[in-house]
Design a protein around this ligand. Structure first.
Ligand SMILES: NC(=O)c1ccc[n+]([C@@H]2O[C@H](COP(=O)([O-])OP(=O)(O)OC[C@H]3O[C@@H](n4cnc5c(N)ncnc54)[C@H](O)[C@@H]3O)[C@@H](O)[C@H]2O)c1
Length: 484
């Protein structure tokens, strides 16, 4: 659905009127397009307090194929407290389309910054936070539109010393606040990297720095050391893999199908028989296969496995649980039938499908090293008036993901969830106008997300290279104020 307010205030005449009236003007977000650079502008990498992860971070930035790599230091970011500073990559690239609300560069010659990455993983005392401030603050005046800020820290829960844990936890507060201060479609996120993350750091860093994470803002992702399968080609990480996507006939599901197919996967598109025509269209568009199954059917798991066994040599690499419904009513007015249908489709079916597909003896079940990604919702985190059944089901998905991740870790399988905020789909188009407008605007990016934003996040979690990320819930909400 179109965001008419955003179209209006970003039109030629609308810009002037919006400026005069002081109306907010949501930026046009830069989204990933194959062949275009993942990162636009110069990338600055800094470290505080020793910064042991700088070599890994630099290597990732270099491998992101940013041309014109330069070692020239940028003078206005120099601070005596910063252990290391370095302009890793400078690129003469066009700005993405859309308005820049970031402030002008104080120095005409200093390059605009497309990304700032700071390794604060060794910060252990409060004084280290001042070093961090001094390193980050000057960069904030020089950001390109849709720039990326990524802090790398150490999980506070892994530190026994209260001062060290407090210092690391402070990064969480810093990144969430900075994300709210940024303009022009820029985002800020934090990665807590467990002891010596090694190759496991690359996948979250690439994702959060790239245009693939356009609507992921103010988030904290944890990564642990893991047996990482890095793709030979980062633009086709699913080459040769088979993925099942439920609820694939439209909306977010159809977008998930397209992103997996774009990135090399064969996609089995699953939806209810009543959505058969739309499902066939989606599957045909990506040369995938259509599977008409109601996921609440008792034999749904067996039918998926049989389909995989018949056509794909029995190997299923990725299961995406996207199908979901809402039946909104105040709890006081909700009857058992409505309650049961929401819980049954959004949660019960996922639990049952996982149980069947995780049977190691089942031909067509999930392969060792496989991936499960579920779609939760902000409602499952914040709750929502009139959505007790939906919120119960989506909170339940989070509980399922956290418990299952631990259970299957020894098989190299990861289990994660995404929690979308307001996404422009048929589901949200049905929301009454005033509520819909509110839902769209109450986030740091001032706009609703697109189905592709959810799809890109799911695809990132499903990569072999994301082996270090499991049991997590990543919000795709533009840093919505709900449940934050
Ligand atoms: N749109 C949003 O803003 C938003 C926000 C948070 C979470 N979500 C979640 O994202 C997912 C997709 O949402 P959407 O907006 O694309 O919804 P949608 O209603 O457009 O699409 C859902 C799809 O699921 C299918 N489906 C429903 N019941 C099924 C069943 N029993 N078996 C198989 N398929 C079934 C439907 O036929 C439909 O094709 C849902 O889980 C939803 O709860 C959406």
């Amino acid at each position: 659905m179109r965001d008419r307010y955003s179209d209006l205030v970003n039109s030629r005449s609308g810009k002037t009127v919006a400026g005069m009236l002081g109306l907010p003007r949501p930026a046009k977000l830069r989204r990933y397009v194959p062949g275009q650079p993942l990162l636009v502008g110069a990338a600055v990498v800094k470290g505080v307090a020793g910064a042991p992860l700088l070599p890994e971070i630099r290597q990732v930035l270099a491998s992101m194929a940013v041309p014109d790599v330069s070692d020239a230091a940028t003078p206005d970011v120099a601070t005596p407290d910063v252990a290391t500073q370095d302009v890793v990559a400078a690129q003469a690239s066009p700005s993405p389309a859309g308005p820049s609300l970031s402030r002008p560069s104080p120095s005409g010659s200093a390059p605009r910054l497309g990304a700032v990455v700071i390794d604060a993983s060794a910060a252990r005392v409060i004084e280290d936070l001042e070093s961090l401030r001094a390193a980050l603050a000057p960069c904030l005046r020089r950001l390109s539109p849709c720039a990326r800020i990524v802090l790398v820290g150490t999980p506070p829960e892994s530190l026994a010393d209260p001062t060290a844990a407090a210092t690391q936890r402070a990064l969480d507060g810093i990144i969430r606040s900075v994300a709210k201060e940024l303009r022009g479609g820029a985002t800020a996120n934090l990665i807590y990297a467990g002891q010596g993350p090694g190759a496991a750091l690359e996948s979250p860093l690439r994702f959060l720095l790239s245009a693939r994470s356009a609507y992921v803002d103010g988030q904290v992702v944890r990564v642990a050391p893991a047996d990482v399968r890095a793709p030979t080609d980062w633009s086709r990480p699913f080459a040769g893999q088979v993925v099942v996507v439920t609820g694939a006939a439209r909306g977010i599901g159809a977008s998930i199908v397209e992103i997996f197919a774009r990135d090399g996967a064969h996609v089995i598109c699953l939806d209810v028989p009543a959505a058969g025509e739309a499902l066939a269209r989606v599957a045909n568009r990506v040369a995938g296969t259509a599977l008409q199954v109601d996921i609440t059917a008792a034999d749904a798991g067996q039918r998926i496995a049989a389909h995989v066994a018949q056509r794909h040599d029995g190997r299923l690499d990725i299961m995406v649980h996207n199908a979901g419904i809402t039946r909104d009513k105040l709890l006081v007015n909700t009857d058992a039938e409505w309650w049961g249908s929401v819980l049954g489709i959004n949660l019960g079916a996922q639990l049952r499908l996982n149980e069947v597909l995780l049977d190691p003896e089942l031909r067509g079940g999930l392969a060792e090293g496989g991936r499960i990604v579920s779609v939760s919702s902000l409602s499952g985190i914040a709750g929502n008036r009139g959505q007790a059944s939906y919120a119960a089901s989506k909170a339940g998905v989070i509980g399922m993901v956290q418990a299952l991740a631990a259970q299957v870790a020894d098989r190299g399988i990861t289990v994660n969830a995404v929690a979308p905020g307001f996404i422009e789909t048929e589901m949200t188009a049905r929301i009454p106008l005033a509520t819909r407008e509110l839902g769209r605007r109450i986030n740091s990016l001032g706009q609703g997300g697109q189905p592709v934003d959810v799809a890109e996040t799911i695809a990132w979690l499903a990569q072999g290279a994301s082996a270090g990320v499991t049991g997590q819930v990543v919000r795709v909400c533009g840093q919505s104020l709900l449940g934050a």
